[in-house]
Design a protein around this ligand. Structure first.
Ligand SMILES: Nc1nc2c(c(=O)[nH]1)N[C@H]1C(S)=C(S)[C@@H](COP(=O)(O)O)O[C@H]1N2
Ligand SMILES: [Mo]
Length: 437
């Protein structure tokens, strides 16, 4: 399976179009899904199209040749690999399921969810990068240089599962607006940094503190200079041991698109609380009210509603811990399996603030379930590896379904149980198709 994907990447490598900086200073190929393209690239384009483009100079304002506009993967980000791009403005890209099979998601495979325009790489100067801690419930507002932060506080490394609140929105019925993520807006790897708790406590937390909020160095698409997103968490989550201000992921600088040089790493909650390109944390005496804290953003009905029902904004509550969930990461859907051999399966499971206590698989659409072998998490808030082996009674078409149960006894539903207008928190069972031959 891996081999096939590698083939696609080899094709990319041979692509004569080199990575470039676009008008926003983002490192991208000059090709984008919307078809914007620099005139100078038309020369390179011709070699991809396989012919010269006679009227290239008449092609309107950077339109992409239709042949390429219909390509599946005409867009890529330097340093990233194995991602499927949903959008380019802002960039949203999810990890292909085979790359979630690694024990920890590799930096190049970690998904990208941007709400705005990242700070230009050329403007990121490590010696000048500052983190400001302030807010009405902060006793001693302080500015830290990156070096100071690294010197003054103890370093910790935790594997944390970061999952976009809208992961699996593609499967939500009736459909809801927003990025139509399949399974890959999730990843788990080892983040290194200092505890947010240590930093906030050194600045003094007033008794009336209830929430923190973050600000990043990215800007909104509208160009009004505002931040596109500024979310936060209640104090108990902010002060959790595993909540980090991180500068490393898997032993390397955090990839540019994942928040280089500094970000919040917070596991178990919608990853929208994990601010990237972090420049400021505010300690609030009320629930943080930055962009994407209100309205329909990352909020779900406080009490259950019927699928498709309109919900009054006053009846919406902030989505906190994500629900129990699992993935089959091997084999890939569509595999052919021999009848006389057991089929080995493996995957990952996670459960928001909780841990996963049991894992089951089914080959008969949930009529019967077989227990899988489940490992303990490497630390609190890290995903857990599982494996199982199944034998099929006859040749034919089967589906393998996977179902995790959290430490409080809640299991994944077969279809999204709690439909919500934002299509968040879809933890319905993952399934793969198997052809037994
Ligand atoms: N500054 C900033 N932080 C951000 C975002 C953003 O657009 N800007 N997106 C958030 C959302 S919605 C998610 S799901 C995660 C995605 O992190 P990743 O891009 O590293 O996968 O970052 C969060 N932090
Ligand atoms: Mo997200």
């Amino acid at each position: 399976m891996k081999k096939k994907t590698k083939g696609i990447h080899e094709a990319y490598a041979k692509d004569p179009i080199k990575a470039d900086l676009d008008i926003f200073g983002r490192e991208v190929d000059p090709l984008t899904r919307r078809g914007f393209l620099k005139k100078s690239s038309l020369i390179a384009m011709a070699s991809v199209v396989g012919a010269s483009i006679p009227f290239a100079d008449k092609m309107p304002g950077g339109l992409m040749p239709a042949l390429l506009a219909n390509e599946l993967h005409p867009f890529s980000v330097k340093g990233k690999d194995g991602l499927v791009y949903l959008n380019d403005k802002p960039i949203n890209a999810e990890t292909l399921p085979q790359f979630l099979d690694d024990p920890f998601t590799k930096p190049e495979h970690f998904f990208i969810r941007n709400n705005g325009i990242p700070p230009a790489m050329k403007d990121i100067d490590l010696s000048k990068w500052e983190l400001r801690i302030e807010g009405e419930s902060c006793e001693r507002p302080t500015t830290f240089k990156l070096d100071e932060l690294k010197k003054r506080f103890k370093h910790y490394t935790y594997a944390l599962t970061l999952e976009c609140g809208g992961n699996n929105r593609f499967d939500v019925v009736p459909a809801t607006r927003g990025n139509q993520w399949h399974v890959g807006a999730v990843g788990c790897g080892r983040w290194t940094g200092v505890r947010l708790k240590d930093v906030l406590e050194s600045c003094g937390i007033k008794k009336d503190a209830v929430y923190i909020g973050y600000y990043g160095a990215d800007t909104s698409l509208s160009g009004n200079g505002e931040v596109p997103i500024s979310r936060g968490v209640p104090m108990h989550k902010a002060l959790e041991d595993e909540t980090l201000i991180a500068w490393q992921y898997e032993g390397q600088d955090i990839p540019y698109m994942n928040g280089y040089p500094l970000r919040l790493a917070i596991g178990g909650w919608p990853a929208s609380v994990a601010g990237k390109w972090l420049v400021r944390v505010v300690v609030r005496n009320k629930v943080h009210d930055g962009p994407k804290m209100g309205g329909g953003s990352y909020r779900i009905p406080c009490t259950p509603v019927a699928p498709g029902e309109k919900v009054d904004p006053n009846d919406m509550c902030i989505l906190e811990s994500m629900a129990v969930k699992s993935l089959i990461t091997f084999p890939l859907s569509g595999v052919h399996a021999p009848l006389d051999k057991a089929l080995a399966l493996r995957g990952k499971a996670w459960a928001g603030d909780l841990s996963v206590s049991q894992m089951h698989v089914s080959i008969d659409y949930g009529a019967t379930w077989h227990k899988a072998k489940l490992k303990k998490p490497i630390n609190h808030l890290a995903w857990q590896e599982w494996e199982a082996s199944v034998k099929f009674p006859t040749k034919g078409y089967y589906e393998v379904w996977a179902r995790a149960t959290d430490s409080k006894g809640k299991s994944q539903p077969m279809v999204l149980g709690a439909w919500n207008p934002g299509g968040y928190n879809n933890n319905s069972c993952h399934r793969i198709a198997v052809r037994v031959v």
